[in-house]
Design a protein around this ligand. Structure first.
Ligand SMILES: NC(=O)CC[C@H](N)C(=O)O
Length: 377
């Protein structure tokens, strides 16, 4: 069997490398992530659905893979592109090599390519549709034609594809993984319904740790069903694709906001909260994907280092009078946080659940419980 592989972008750029996953063909929008750690969390983040991810950090796979680092039950990237896979992986938690993990999860992946050149192309031209072929038939023309057939993410509702099919309760906190957590789990004090648009497990763990009893519901659950559960708060999860076509979610959020139930949204959830409040969203050139993005809290002026993964943004000029900007990106001044002035609701564009990444912004979970305290009182 050949272990050759190629990556071809829609602009015609060709990269030759080695296959490190299964043989075959895969396509998707190619984005770069600059995180130095957390490759397994990235692979299993449902928000990466339909995207091929390239990691700018050159050595990927050093610590192998394990069952605890997964952010969901499946690998969601369409493909992986890296510079160098180490000959040996080593970590006390490792259960298998990255390559074995990719193959077991049916992922086409390529190594030994110039990821700096690739990232520069994506930075100059914006996210590109691309195709990886691994195996015998490494055919450039076929790869280029396949890349050009990819449906762009703009206009695609992917949340309903990755969402759970039935409601379930989530009960495990972070400390069950043996990781250091900010504090011992608080006594369950709040009933929270979490909309699953592609939720990451660490968000659910942090909600539990903050004292929430969490019921996760499918993306298309109507507001009436959620309100019938008499929640103390509603959480809107992260997720893949364009927020704009998710009209069912936008409608449900509008109804929930009218009832003045506290609402907290992360990433796609934050974008949906903005749309339900009358703001608009735009597709970014190449988005924000990394673990060291500086974000400023506009009230305290404090700067936090945050984890980010988004290709769409809320248009800062589109905020209606009852929607206040709370955070801004110091990389490009794009909007990072919003809060409603007429009801208890707020959202954040980055990832306060911080997995992978820094924990500067984890305090937003306390803000949600404080909001629920006032609501209950
Ligand atoms: N991580 C997310 O929730 C991503 C939100 C949305 N799919 C975007 O790309 O902007």
């Amino acid at each position: 069997m050949s272990d050759k592989a190629i990556l071809v972008l829609e602009d015609g750029s060709v990269f030759h490398g080695q296959s490190i996953g299964v043989q075959g063909l895969t396509t998707g929008e190619v984005v770069f992530n600059t995180s130095m750690t957390g490759y397994q969390e990235i692979l299993t983040d449902p928000s990466y659905s339909h995207q091929i991810v390239t990691l700018t950090y050159p050595h990927i796979g050093n610590v192998g893979a394990n069952a605890e680092d997964e952010e969901s039950a499946a690998v969601h990237v369409q493909g992986l592109v890296i510079r160098d896979l180490p000959l040996l992986h080593s970590n006390w938690r490792s259960e298998e090599s990255l390559s074995a993990y990719l193959a077991r999860n049916n992922i086409v992946a390529i190594a030994d390519i110039d990821t700096r050149r690739l990232t520069r192309i994506l930075r100059e031209k914006g996210a590109q549709r691309g195709c990886i072929i691994a195996g015998e038939e490494v055919d450039e023309a076929h790869a280029l034609a396949s890349a050009k057939e990819v449906t762009p993410l703009k206009g695609l509702d992917l949340a309903q594809l990755v969402s759970c099919k039935k409601p379930y309760d989530w009960t495990s906190p972070v400390w069950q993984l043996g990781q250091t957590s900010k504090a011992a789990t608080k006594k369950a004090n709040y009933k929270v319904v979490a909309y699953d648009f592609g939720v990451k497990r660490n968000i659910l763990r942090l909600l539990v740790e903050s004292g929430c009893e969490v019921c996760v519901v499918p993306a298309k659950t109507p507001a009436s069903e959620v309100l019938a559960m008499s929640p103390d708060g509603v959480f809107l999860s992260n997720g893949p694709g364009d927020p704009e076509p998710c009209d069912y979610a936008i409608e449900a959020i509008k109804t929930i906001l009218k009832e003045k139930v506290p609402v907290f949204g992360i990433c796609l959830g934050y974008q949906l909260l903005a749309l339900a409040s009358g703001a608009s969203t735009v597709k970014m050139k190449f988005g924000h994907h990394g673990a060291n993005h500086p974000v400023q809290d506009l009230v305290t002026q404090r700067v936090m280092i945050t984890s980010q993964n988004h290709g769409f943004a809320v248009n800062a000029d589109s905020l209606p009078a009852n929607l206040k900007a709370t955070h801004t990106s110091l990389f490009d001044k794009s909007l990072q946080g919003i809060e409603r002035t007429d009801c208890p609701a707020f959202g954040f564009q980055g990832h306060p659940e911080a997995s992978p990444g820094p924990q500067d912004i984890v305090y937003l979970f306390d803000r949600f419980t404080t909001m629920m305290d006032s609501y209950k009182a």
